[in-house]
Write a protein of this length. Structure first.
Length: 301
Protein backbone atom coordinates (compact mmCIF):
# COMPACT_ATOMS: atom_id res chain seq x y z
CA UNK A 1 0.00 0.00 0.00
CA UNK A 2 1.10 3.59 -0.58
CA UNK A 3 2.41 5.65 2.32
CA UNK A 4 0.31 8.46 3.78
CA UNK A 5 -0.13 11.32 1.34
CA UNK A 6 0.67 9.18 -1.69
CA UNK A 7 -1.71 8.31 -4.51
CA UNK A 8 -4.37 5.81 -3.54
CA UNK A 9 -5.23 4.85 -7.12
CA UNK A 10 -2.88 3.02 -9.44
CA UNK A 11 -3.42 4.59 -12.85
CA UNK A 12 -0.87 2.24 -14.41
CA UNK A 13 -3.45 -0.53 -13.93
CA UNK A 14 -5.40 0.92 -16.87
CA UNK A 15 -2.75 2.84 -18.81
CA UNK A 16 0.03 0.24 -19.08
CA UNK A 17 0.03 -2.22 -22.01
CA UNK A 18 -1.28 -4.98 -19.74
CA UNK A 19 -3.92 -2.62 -18.35
CA UNK A 20 -5.08 -1.67 -21.84
CA UNK A 21 -5.27 -5.37 -22.76
CA UNK A 22 -7.48 -5.99 -19.72
CA UNK A 23 -9.74 -3.07 -20.59
CA UNK A 24 -10.14 -4.56 -24.06
CA UNK A 25 -10.91 -7.93 -22.50
CA UNK A 26 -13.64 -6.35 -20.40
CA UNK A 27 -15.07 -4.49 -23.40
CA UNK A 28 -14.98 -7.44 -25.81
CA UNK A 29 -16.32 -9.84 -23.19
CA UNK A 30 -19.26 -7.63 -22.29
CA UNK A 31 -20.02 -7.01 -25.98
CA UNK A 32 -19.90 -10.71 -26.82
CA UNK A 33 -22.31 -12.02 -24.20
CA UNK A 34 -24.56 -8.98 -24.62
CA UNK A 35 -24.95 -9.68 -28.35
CA UNK A 36 -25.72 -13.33 -27.65
CA UNK A 37 -28.13 -12.61 -24.81
CA UNK A 38 -29.92 -9.79 -26.67
CA UNK A 39 -30.59 -11.38 -30.06
CA UNK A 40 -28.02 -13.99 -31.02
CA UNK A 41 -29.29 -16.67 -28.71
CA UNK A 42 -27.77 -19.89 -27.47
CA UNK A 43 -29.00 -23.36 -26.60
CA UNK A 44 -27.90 -26.79 -25.43
CA UNK A 45 -24.70 -27.53 -23.52
CA UNK A 46 -22.45 -25.91 -26.15
CA UNK A 47 -24.20 -22.55 -25.99
CA UNK A 48 -24.39 -22.63 -22.20
CA UNK A 49 -20.66 -23.34 -22.01
CA UNK A 50 -19.86 -20.36 -24.25
CA UNK A 51 -22.02 -18.01 -22.19
CA UNK A 52 -20.40 -19.27 -18.99
CA UNK A 53 -16.92 -18.65 -20.42
CA UNK A 54 -17.70 -15.09 -21.48
CA UNK A 55 -19.47 -14.08 -18.26
CA UNK A 56 -16.94 -15.81 -16.00
CA UNK A 57 -13.93 -14.23 -17.73
CA UNK A 58 -15.64 -10.83 -17.75
CA UNK A 59 -16.35 -11.00 -14.00
CA UNK A 60 -12.81 -12.05 -13.05
CA UNK A 61 -11.27 -9.43 -15.35
CA UNK A 62 -13.37 -6.68 -13.77
CA UNK A 63 -12.27 -7.96 -10.35
CA UNK A 64 -8.58 -7.85 -11.36
CA UNK A 65 -8.84 -4.34 -12.82
CA UNK A 66 -10.68 -3.05 -9.76
CA UNK A 67 -8.16 -4.59 -7.35
CA UNK A 68 -5.12 -3.26 -9.19
CA UNK A 69 -6.62 0.20 -9.78
CA UNK A 70 -7.50 0.61 -6.08
CA UNK A 71 -4.41 -1.34 -4.87
CA UNK A 72 -6.67 -3.62 -2.85
CA UNK A 73 -4.89 -6.69 -4.21
CA UNK A 74 -2.16 -6.08 -1.62
CA UNK A 75 -4.73 -6.91 1.06
CA UNK A 76 -5.49 -10.33 -0.41
CA UNK A 77 -3.72 -13.37 1.01
CA UNK A 78 -2.68 -14.73 -2.37
CA UNK A 79 0.25 -14.39 -4.73
CA UNK A 80 -1.24 -11.77 -7.04
CA UNK A 81 1.28 -12.26 -9.84
CA UNK A 82 0.68 -16.01 -9.89
CA UNK A 83 -3.09 -15.50 -9.77
CA UNK A 84 -3.25 -13.05 -12.69
CA UNK A 85 -0.83 -15.10 -14.82
CA UNK A 86 -2.77 -18.31 -14.18
CA UNK A 87 -6.11 -16.67 -14.95
CA UNK A 88 -4.83 -15.07 -18.16
CA UNK A 89 -3.68 -18.45 -19.45
CA UNK A 90 -6.89 -20.18 -18.40
CA UNK A 91 -9.02 -17.42 -19.96
CA UNK A 92 -7.03 -17.69 -23.19
CA UNK A 93 -7.79 -21.41 -23.42
CA UNK A 94 -11.44 -21.02 -22.48
CA UNK A 95 -12.12 -18.11 -24.84
CA UNK A 96 -10.42 -19.76 -27.83
CA UNK A 97 -12.60 -22.83 -27.20
CA UNK A 98 -15.75 -20.70 -27.07
CA UNK A 99 -14.63 -18.72 -30.14
CA UNK A 100 -14.50 -22.00 -32.08
CA UNK A 101 -17.60 -23.67 -30.64
CA UNK A 102 -20.09 -20.80 -30.96
CA UNK A 103 -19.74 -20.10 -34.70
CA UNK A 104 -19.40 -23.83 -35.38
CA UNK A 105 -22.79 -24.63 -33.85
CA UNK A 106 -24.74 -21.38 -34.15
CA UNK A 107 -23.53 -19.38 -37.18
CA UNK A 108 -24.85 -20.00 -40.69
CA UNK A 109 -24.61 -18.05 -43.92
CA UNK A 110 -28.27 -18.18 -44.83
CA UNK A 111 -31.11 -16.47 -42.99
CA UNK A 112 -33.50 -19.43 -42.89
CA UNK A 113 -34.84 -20.49 -40.43
CA UNK A 114 -33.44 -18.15 -37.75
CA UNK A 115 -33.84 -14.88 -39.67
CA UNK A 116 -31.25 -12.42 -40.95
CA UNK A 117 -31.19 -10.29 -37.80
CA UNK A 118 -30.37 -13.24 -35.55
CA UNK A 119 -27.76 -14.44 -38.03
CA UNK A 120 -26.08 -11.02 -38.06
CA UNK A 121 -26.01 -10.88 -34.26
CA UNK A 122 -24.42 -14.32 -34.11
CA UNK A 123 -21.77 -13.36 -36.66
CA UNK A 124 -20.99 -10.18 -34.71
CA UNK A 125 -20.77 -12.16 -31.46
CA UNK A 126 -18.37 -14.60 -33.12
CA UNK A 127 -16.14 -11.74 -34.27
CA UNK A 128 -15.98 -10.21 -30.78
CA UNK A 129 -15.38 -13.68 -29.29
CA UNK A 130 -12.30 -13.96 -31.49
CA UNK A 131 -11.12 -10.50 -30.44
CA UNK A 132 -11.64 -11.47 -26.79
CA UNK A 133 -9.36 -14.47 -27.23
CA UNK A 134 -6.70 -12.27 -28.84
CA UNK A 135 -6.89 -9.80 -25.94
CA UNK A 136 -6.22 -12.54 -23.40
CA UNK A 137 -3.45 -14.01 -25.56
CA UNK A 138 -1.80 -10.57 -25.67
CA UNK A 139 -1.82 -10.40 -21.86
CA UNK A 140 -0.15 -13.82 -21.66
CA UNK A 141 2.46 -12.62 -24.14
CA UNK A 142 3.09 -9.40 -22.22
CA UNK A 143 3.29 -10.97 -18.76
CA UNK A 144 5.21 -14.14 -19.59
CA UNK A 145 8.62 -14.55 -17.97
CA UNK A 146 11.52 -13.09 -19.94
CA UNK A 147 15.02 -14.64 -19.90
CA UNK A 148 16.87 -13.59 -16.73
CA UNK A 149 13.78 -11.92 -15.24
CA UNK A 150 12.67 -12.65 -11.65
CA UNK A 151 8.96 -13.30 -11.89
CA UNK A 152 6.06 -15.38 -10.59
CA UNK A 153 6.19 -19.11 -11.24
CA UNK A 154 2.84 -19.11 -13.08
CA UNK A 155 4.26 -16.57 -15.56
CA UNK A 156 7.03 -18.97 -16.58
CA UNK A 157 6.67 -21.47 -19.39
CA UNK A 158 6.42 -24.28 -16.84
CA UNK A 159 3.70 -22.47 -14.90
CA UNK A 160 1.68 -21.67 -18.01
CA UNK A 161 2.01 -25.27 -19.16
CA UNK A 162 0.46 -26.41 -15.87
CA UNK A 163 -2.74 -24.56 -16.83
CA UNK A 164 -2.72 -26.06 -20.32
CA UNK A 165 -2.16 -29.55 -18.92
CA UNK A 166 -5.13 -29.22 -16.56
CA UNK A 167 -7.29 -27.84 -19.39
CA UNK A 168 -6.39 -30.72 -21.71
CA UNK A 169 -7.16 -33.17 -18.89
CA UNK A 170 -10.64 -31.63 -18.62
CA UNK A 171 -11.17 -32.33 -22.33
CA UNK A 172 -10.10 -35.94 -21.72
CA UNK A 173 -12.54 -36.24 -18.80
CA UNK A 174 -15.33 -34.84 -20.97
CA UNK A 175 -14.67 -37.52 -23.58
CA UNK A 176 -14.42 -40.21 -20.89
CA UNK A 177 -17.93 -39.55 -19.58
CA UNK A 178 -19.31 -39.47 -23.13
CA UNK A 179 -19.76 -43.26 -23.37
CA UNK A 180 -16.07 -44.06 -23.85
CA UNK A 181 -16.48 -47.57 -22.38
CA UNK A 182 -13.34 -47.17 -20.28
CA UNK A 183 -14.70 -49.60 -17.67
CA UNK A 184 -14.47 -52.46 -20.16
CA UNK A 185 -10.84 -53.31 -19.32
CA UNK A 186 -8.63 -52.90 -16.27
CA UNK A 187 -5.97 -51.43 -18.54
CA UNK A 188 -8.21 -48.56 -19.66
CA UNK A 189 -9.21 -47.99 -16.03
CA UNK A 190 -5.50 -47.60 -15.29
CA UNK A 191 -5.35 -44.88 -17.94
CA UNK A 192 -8.23 -43.07 -16.25
CA UNK A 193 -6.33 -43.32 -12.94
CA UNK A 194 -3.29 -41.75 -14.66
CA UNK A 195 -5.35 -38.88 -16.05
CA UNK A 196 -7.00 -38.27 -12.67
CA UNK A 197 -3.79 -38.42 -10.61
CA UNK A 198 -1.87 -36.05 -12.88
CA UNK A 199 -4.81 -33.64 -13.06
CA UNK A 200 -5.22 -33.50 -9.28
CA UNK A 201 -1.52 -32.98 -8.58
CA UNK A 202 -1.25 -30.32 -11.29
CA UNK A 203 -4.19 -28.44 -9.79
CA UNK A 204 -2.57 -28.69 -6.33
CA UNK A 205 0.68 -27.23 -7.71
CA UNK A 206 -1.24 -24.33 -9.25
CA UNK A 207 -3.25 -23.80 -6.05
CA UNK A 208 -0.13 -23.63 -3.85
CA UNK A 209 1.53 -21.23 -6.28
CA UNK A 210 -1.50 -18.92 -6.49
CA UNK A 211 -2.02 -18.87 -2.72
CA UNK A 212 1.69 -18.15 -2.16
CA UNK A 213 2.07 -20.99 0.33
CA UNK A 214 5.00 -22.78 -1.33
CA UNK A 215 7.55 -21.26 1.05
CA UNK A 216 5.67 -22.49 4.13
CA UNK A 217 5.80 -26.18 3.19
CA UNK A 218 8.10 -28.50 5.09
CA UNK A 219 9.72 -29.89 1.93
CA UNK A 220 11.43 -28.39 -1.15
CA UNK A 221 8.43 -27.58 -3.31
CA UNK A 222 10.49 -26.73 -6.39
CA UNK A 223 12.31 -30.07 -6.39
CA UNK A 224 9.05 -31.92 -5.70
CA UNK A 225 7.38 -30.33 -8.73
CA UNK A 226 10.25 -31.42 -10.99
CA UNK A 227 10.07 -34.97 -9.62
CA UNK A 228 6.28 -35.00 -10.08
CA UNK A 229 6.63 -33.79 -13.68
CA UNK A 230 9.05 -36.64 -14.39
CA UNK A 231 6.62 -39.15 -12.84
CA UNK A 232 3.77 -37.63 -14.88
CA UNK A 233 5.77 -38.15 -18.08
CA UNK A 234 6.26 -41.82 -17.23
CA UNK A 235 2.58 -42.25 -16.36
CA UNK A 236 1.42 -40.58 -19.57
CA UNK A 237 3.82 -42.73 -21.59
CA UNK A 238 2.09 -45.80 -20.17
CA UNK A 239 -1.35 -44.36 -20.96
CA UNK A 240 -0.24 -43.35 -24.45
CA UNK A 241 0.71 -46.98 -25.13
CA UNK A 242 -2.11 -48.77 -23.32
CA UNK A 243 -5.12 -46.70 -24.41
CA UNK A 244 -4.69 -47.10 -28.22
CA UNK A 245 -3.97 -50.84 -27.85
CA UNK A 246 -7.12 -51.58 -25.86
CA UNK A 247 -9.33 -49.26 -27.92
CA UNK A 248 -8.12 -49.66 -31.50
CA UNK A 249 -6.47 -53.07 -31.69
CA UNK A 250 -8.76 -55.58 -33.37
CA UNK A 251 -8.30 -58.02 -30.45
CA UNK A 252 -9.88 -55.61 -27.94
CA UNK A 253 -11.60 -52.87 -29.88
CA UNK A 254 -12.05 -51.57 -33.41
CA UNK A 255 -9.27 -50.11 -35.59
CA UNK A 256 -11.90 -48.27 -37.67
CA UNK A 257 -15.00 -46.34 -36.80
CA UNK A 258 -18.04 -48.67 -36.87
CA UNK A 259 -20.32 -47.93 -39.82
CA UNK A 260 -23.50 -48.02 -37.73
CA UNK A 261 -22.12 -45.75 -34.98
CA UNK A 262 -24.34 -42.70 -34.55
CA UNK A 263 -22.66 -39.31 -34.87
CA UNK A 264 -22.16 -37.71 -31.46
CA UNK A 265 -23.02 -40.93 -29.64
CA UNK A 266 -20.21 -43.21 -30.74
CA UNK A 267 -17.78 -44.63 -28.13
CA UNK A 268 -15.13 -44.94 -30.85
CA UNK A 269 -15.17 -41.16 -31.36
CA UNK A 270 -14.67 -40.52 -27.65
CA UNK A 271 -11.84 -43.05 -27.54
CA UNK A 272 -10.14 -41.29 -30.47
CA UNK A 273 -10.43 -37.89 -28.77
CA UNK A 274 -8.91 -39.33 -25.58
CA UNK A 275 -6.05 -40.91 -27.52
CA UNK A 276 -5.24 -37.65 -29.31
CA UNK A 277 -5.27 -35.51 -26.19
CA UNK A 278 -3.30 -38.11 -24.26
CA UNK A 279 -0.46 -37.57 -26.70
CA UNK A 280 -0.97 -33.80 -26.48
CA UNK A 281 -0.63 -33.87 -22.71
CA UNK A 282 2.35 -36.21 -22.90
CA UNK A 283 4.11 -33.67 -25.12
CA UNK A 284 3.15 -30.86 -22.72
CA UNK A 285 4.60 -32.72 -19.73
CA UNK A 286 7.82 -33.47 -21.63
CA UNK A 287 8.24 -29.78 -22.51
CA UNK A 288 7.34 -28.87 -18.91
CA UNK A 289 10.04 -31.21 -17.59
CA UNK A 290 12.63 -29.60 -19.86
CA UNK A 291 11.75 -26.07 -18.70
CA UNK A 292 11.14 -26.85 -15.01
CA UNK A 293 14.84 -27.55 -14.44
CA UNK A 294 15.76 -24.02 -15.53
CA UNK A 295 13.49 -21.94 -13.31
CA UNK A 296 13.29 -20.80 -9.69
CA UNK A 297 10.05 -20.34 -7.78
CA UNK A 298 9.14 -16.90 -6.46
CA UNK A 299 6.14 -17.23 -4.14
CA UNK A 300 5.69 -13.64 -2.95
CA UNK A 301 5.22 -11.79 -6.26
Amino acid sequence: MESAGGPYLNTAAVTSPVGVARLLQMTFGCTTFSLVAHQGGFSAAYGTFCMFVWTFCFAITVFIIACEFTRLHSCLHISWGNFTAAFAMLATLMTVTAAVIYPLYFVQLGCYPIGCEVRDFRIAASVFAGLLFLAYAVEVFLTRAKPGQVTSYMATVSGLLKIVQAFVACIIFGALVNDSQYRKYVATQWCVAVFSFCFVVTVVVVAFSVTGKTATLGFPFERSVVVYTFVAVLLYVSAAVIWPVFCFDSKYGSPRRPALCAKGQCPWDSQLVIAIFTYVNLLLYVVDLAYSQRIRFVSHL
